[in-house]
Design a protein around this ligand. Structure first.
Ligand SMILES: [Zn+2]
Length: 342
């Protein structure tokens, strides 16, 4: 069985290893960003790291996290770690897996899935098109699973894209990430436009598209019997969210998505964030209120004619950063992201 996608990653990592050896640095798989820093500090390569290097570094950053397992209902398990949250519904009808971690985590994801039971994966559901949620579509499809997603996810995966200021280097410098179109074997085999319902293992899964929020491909998955809602990246629990303006992301949509789920959830509903710990209505409310505050502050700066860099220099989130700025993106990145996503 061949996975061109994974092979590409391997060869990229191999190239990085070679260049690190040339620079006389010890190579550690989990320290790709540090490798890039050392190479540049040594003056080995004056030019900026290549687009492929940056994407490989971002994957390596995510992949450094261990997989943590948490049971959220009788036949529902949440894995968190190498690229956000994965939820697995298991039972006699096979496994239904929502989101898939980054490509280098595949052997660990497979092991974690096998540790639940030996039933095959019947469906993979993507909450949106991003690599840290869809990277393992191809190997899961190769085991016999059907990949199901919103039609925009298939469309966006089929095109190259730039995600602005997503990667923060070890020297603090911010970089855009450039993604190639995904290979055919990674694309969803089945898509829907508005909503889709699946019945399996005694559970009803309602998949519902949201108006453009984190991207224009976002869905939430409501496990109705278990009373669990998985929001994908329309919810980052306890940290600033990334919003992807390159594929339709909008701050107002993020706030609207939170409002939609808050109106749907009960006080005891478990809410799975795309990144961060398992949450509930109180967590989502706090995140929503922070988004409103942050949006209003950046809107004010932009309306006053400040550039994105001038807005960053104003440090408008100085009071928010200690609570929200320790996750995937920091306050400076969030100012720039909001500037593009207003
Ligand atoms: Zn995302």
């Amino acid at each position: 069985m061949k996975y061109n996608f994974l092979q590409k990653q391997t060869s990229r990592r191999g190239m990085l290893r070679d260049s690190a050896a040339l620079a006389g640095s010890a190579f550690l798989a989990h320290l790709l960003p540090a490798t890039l820093l050392r190479a540049s500090a040594a003056g080995y390569a004056q030019q900026a790291p290549s687009a492929a290097d940056l994407v490989a570094s971002m994957r390596a950053k995510f992949n450094a996290a261990p997989i943590q397992t948490q049971k959220v209902a009788d036949n529902l398990t949440m894995f968190s770690g190498p690229g956000g949250s994965v939820v697995v519904l298991n039972g006699p009808d096979g496994k239904f897996v929502v989101d898939t971690f980054v490509a280098p985590a595949w052997p660990r994801l497979k092991k974690a899935l096998d540790s639940i039971d030996n039933a095959p994966v019947k469906y993979v559901i993507d909450t949106h098109w991003h690599f840290d949620h869809t990277d393992n579509n191809a190997p899961l499809h190769a085991t016999g699973a059907t990949v199901l997603a919103h039609e925009n996810t298939k469309q966006r995966m089929s095109e190259p894209h730039v995600q602005p200021v997503l990667y923060r280097g070890p020297d603090g410098a911010l970089h855009d990430l450039h993604f190639d179109a995904s290979p055919a074997e990674a694309l969803p085999q089945q898509t829907f436009a508005a909503s889709y319902k699946l019945q399996a293992n005694g559970e009803t899964l309602l998949l519902q598209h949201l108006a453009p929020a984190h991207t224009d491909t976002d869905i939430y998955v409501h496990f109705q019997k278990a009373n669990v809602i998985q929001m994908g990246d329309t919810f980052f629990n306890g940290m600033y969210p990334y919003i992807d303006p390159g594929t339709g992301g909008k701050i107002d949509g993020m706030i609207a998505a939170a409002d939609t789920i808050l109106s749907l959830a009960r006080n005891d509903t478990k809410i799975v964030a795309g990144h961060g710990p398992l949450g509930n209505k109180a967590d989502l409310t706090k995140s929503r209120d922070m988004l409103v505050t942050a949006r209003d502050r950046v809107q004010k700066l932009k309306s006053a004619g400040k550039s994105a860099q001038e807005a960053v220099a104003e440090k408008p989130f100085a009071d928010l950063d200690p609570v929200w700025g320790k996750g995937i993106i920091n306050g400076d990145q969030f100012v720039q992201v909001l500037y593009l996503a207003l």
